[in-house]
Design a protein around this ligand. Sequence first.
Ligand code: TYD
Length: 142
Amino acid sequence: MKKIIVKNSGYIELPRVVDERDGVLSIMEGNRDIPFEIKRVYYINHLENCHSVRGKHAHKTLKQVIFCINGSFVLSFDDGTNTQDVLMWRDNVGVLLGPGLWHTMHSFSSGCILLVVASDYYDEADYIRDYDEFMKFAGAMK
Ligand code: TYD
């Protein structure tokens, strides 16, 4: 796995129970496997594959862990200093997106499904949707 160099991030590997022909069970518990209390879960599917782009924002305080539970996609993220692309394809290995990370999800495979767990309820006021504003925010966080 490519080393994550952007700040406020890292891989989260979930424990799994492999039942051979009966499938694989992957588990996430808040404050244990996931480094915060989970207040919200959402998933994204029905993507138009190579044409779809999601994200293009950062959060001021929200923490999230993003998983690709089927297929693959590329997560591009940026802490204002370092930028990085990670190919997401392991269904039990997510990436922590802490505050102040501009992130974009793209290059979705067919049948791709994203699952995201978040530390708080949806709040549009926590979003930074303008890249110049994000760069100011990231500069102030240094
Ligand atoms: P957004 O977070 O921008 O999606 P993504 O990062 O995947 O591209 O959200 C898209 C729309 O969905 C936006 O209008 C807000 C709404 N939304 C909610 O109402 N609740 C939620 O929990 C989320 C994640 C989004």
